[in-house]
Design a protein around this ligand. Structure first.
Ligand code: ZN
Length: 149
């Protein structure tokens, strides 16, 4: 049976046994786990990150964005969790699913590219410093050489 509400439980560690109708949130490990809201019993894991899911917490009410699409499970459930309410979204066609997955992949690539480009900047800076240092030590060696004559 499709449920219409879910109860958030804040934990450090996700328990082994998951109750139906409960959504376990570990802010420590940036993970949310719950049993699929359609009642199929599948465990749904949604990592929290800028490119995965975001959690909005208002006291005891939680909202998760974007929607949760269980494309890898036979039920193919698709829903939004908004202030502890399960809002059922329409089923998606294969093409729509592909588009969402494609967009997710692109978002991730962009995110990773940003991290890498940031690191590259740091590396270039380090290289310049290293070049300068070796140039200074060469100069120093040349001067010492000149003095000793
Ligand atoms: Zn399901």
């Amino acid at each position: 049976m499709k449920r219409t509400t879910i109860t958030p439980v804040f934990v450090d560690f996700i328990p082994e046994e998951l109750n139906e109708g409960v959504i376990y949130i570990s802010e420590t490990y940036k993970t949310i786990v719950h049993r699929c809201c359609c009642g199929c019993g599948e465990e749904v894991v949604t990592p929290l990150s800028p490119v995965d899911w975001q959690l909005i917490r208002e006291g005891k009410l939680i909202t998760i964005r974007p929607s949760i699409g269980n494309w890898n499970y036979p039920c193919q459930s698709h829903y939004l969790i908004t202030r502890n309410k399960v809002e059922w979204a329409g089923g998606m066609t294969k093409l729509q699913i592909q588009r969402v997955q494609e967009r997710d992949r692109k978002d991730k690539e962009l995110y990773i590219a940003q991290i890498i480009s940031h690191k590259t900047t740091v590396t270039e800076h380090d290289v310049n410093k290293a070049t300068l240092n070796s140039w200074l030590s060469d100069l120093w060696a040349a001067l010492k050489n000149w003095w000793s004559h």
